[in-house]
Design a protein around this ligand. Structure first.
Ligand code: NAD
Ligand code: UDX
Length: 467
């Protein structure tokens, strides 16, 4: 297939990846028309809200980009047919959560949204269309997408005789909270495919702002697998350092000092060595579980067991924190007031998917605690939905606090779960006066400095700090 000039792009899925990624492409390529479509009409309405503080995703720098591109060459709509029919290139950027039912439930990816997208493209596309897998997908999904696109059985043949497709894999490596920076200055862009003209077309788009030596081209399967493996390696590092945080607490070592000491070795590197309440986010757990499932599928049970341990260690870490809170508060939190600082899975995002705060809070609620949850970006509706979706017996109560002092008023303990910048350097002399004695700080992110509480009667437990 000959190379073609790409003028119009459509992205199916206006989520945490589709929204920011397409905003940056539109910003960097003013000559391209970029249409982001979604079946979720209220999400599209939010993307089109005149008040930019209402766009559905909070990411530093995103609102400014949307402000200068929306209506110029970036459009959000629910008009799937028109957007796909006019597009030279269609990105599939839909959700791929873990299956909850059927074969592979609890591990395999649920590909129903990807398949539905491929069928929409098969139905509406005109002429030659490059289809780009942006979602994180199991190895060899591109084959399934190709088969759906090439199959004519479900397709209205009117106007379709000239439809042809090339399928590329272009996984996204952005991390939430730093998405715009990650998109503008990526460590690499990965493109997998067999059709060199289609690959060149996608390279041509990225090369407007990404140095060519950072654009890696591989075969389709390597590209799909590399995404799962990158996330597995990153998550593995967190489980490794978290396992050592428990060791530090028992042995008298300090996790900050250990992380610093090992991180200076260039072969280890100093990134991703922050011990904490366990990794959250929509990707790590689901992608490792998918790797575990695929390892089993390919007859490699030892490989599956090895990677599954990364997830088990993560759950153990969250469970461990809840048990420590319980134990320090004399074995019961029933009727006790506990402030939860931070509900998003990491700072600088309003995303709570797989947030450690959910499991830890629900375990405390099951013990009858009264929680006051403060997070600068997460809405009360989001918190309610997360609690409603978690299977537990709520014996306690909770409210959303409007400020840190509001959360700490009459609290017996404060549990810091997310490292939002505003949690550093707090005036503990003042905050301690609001709390009930004896009062505890449980710091899972190492945001509190012991010096800051030296004039108070607060008890401080820090994750990974041996006594
Ligand atoms: P998301 O749930 O935020 O967004 C997906 C969107 O796709 C939703 O708004 C949904 O309504 C829409 N959608 C689903 N089916 C559709 C259809 N048939 N037609 C139109 N719209 C449809 O998900 P996300 O976080 O953006 O993740 C998308 C993919 O990117 C996943 O595979 C994920 O693993 C991967 N990924 C995510 C991140 C991240 O940080 N969130 C980073 C890298 C890769
Ligand atoms: C991750 C990958 O980093 C990104 O490349 C991929 O595209 C999507 O998944 P994300 O989940 O958005 O990104 O955030 P990330 O910064 O990786 O953090 C994931 C979780 O690990 C968070 O809960 C974070 O708090 C935790 N974490 C991270 C630690 O506990 N310690 C660390 O040192 C780093």
């Amino acid at each position: 297939m000959n190379s073609k000039t790409i003028r119009k792009i459509c992205c199916i899925g206006a989520g945490y990846v589709g929204g920011p990624t397409m905003s940056v492409i539109a910003d960097k390529c003013p000559d391209l028309e970029v249409r982001v479509v979604d079946i979720n009409k209220s999400r599209i309405a939010a993307w089109n809200d005149n008040d930019l503080s209402n766009i559905p995703i909070f990411e530093p720098g995103l609102a400014q980009i949307v402000a200068r591109t929306r209506g110029r060459n970036l459009f959000f709509s629910s008009e799937m047919e028109e957007a796909i029919a006019n597009a030279d290139m269609v990105f599939i950027s839909v959700n791929t959560p873990t299956k909850t039912k059927g074969l592979g439930a609890g591990q395999a990816s649920d590909l129903r949204w990807v398949e539905a997208s491929a069928r929409q493209v098969a139905e509406f596309a005109r002429g030659h269309t490059i289809v780009v897998e942006k979602s994180t997908l199991p190895v060899r999904t591109a084959q399934a997408i190709k088969e759906i696109l090439m199959s004519t059985k479900n397709v209205d043949q009117k106007n379709k005789s000239d439809s042809t497709f090339s399928v590329l894999s272009n996984p996204e490596f952005l991390a939430e909270g730093t998405a715009i920076n990650d998109l503008e200055e990526p460590d690499r862009v990965l493109i997998g495919g067999e059709d060199s003209d289609a690959i060149n077309d996608l390279v041509e788009i990225y090369s407007r702002w990404v140095p060519i030596n950072k654009i890696i081209c591989t075969n389709l399967w390597s590209s799909e697998l590399s995404k799962l493996v990158a996330n597995a390696f990153l998550a593995q590092r967190i489980s490794s350092i978290n396992s050592i945080s428990a060791f530090c607490e028992s042995s008298g070592a300090d996790i900050q000092e250990v992380a610093n000491a090992i991180g200076t070795d260039k072969r280890i590197g100093n990134q991703f060595l922050n011990a904490g309440p366990g990794f959250g986010g929509s990707c790590f757990k689901k992608d490792i579980l998918n790797l575990v499932y695929l390892s089993g599928y390919f007859g490699l049970p030892e490989v599956a067991d090895y990677w599954e341990q990364v997830v088990l260690m993560n759950t153990w870490q969250q469970d461990r924190i809840y048990r420590i809170v319980l134990q320090k508060l004399f074995g019961t939190v029933n009727g006790k007031n506990i402030a939860i600082l931070g509900f998003s899975f990491k700072a600088n995002t309003n995303d709570t998917r797989e947030s450690p705060a959910i499991r830890i809070s629900c375990d405390l609620l099951e013990e009858g605690a009264s929680l006051a949850v403060y997070d600068p970006k997460v809405s009360i509706e989001r918190i309610r939905e997360d609690f409603d979706n978690y299977s537990f017996e709520n014996q306690g109560k909770w409210k959303k606090a409007n400020s840190i002092p509001d959360a700490l008023k009459n609290a017996d303990a404060v549990l810091i779960i997310t490292n939002w910048a505003e949690f550093y350097g707090l005036d503990w002399d003042y905050l301690a006066t609001l709390m009930r004695s004896p009062s505890w700080i449980f710091d899972t992110r190492s945001v509190v400095n012991r010096n800051e509480i030296k004039n108070t009667d607060l008890n401080l437990w820090k994750l990974g700090e041996g006594s």
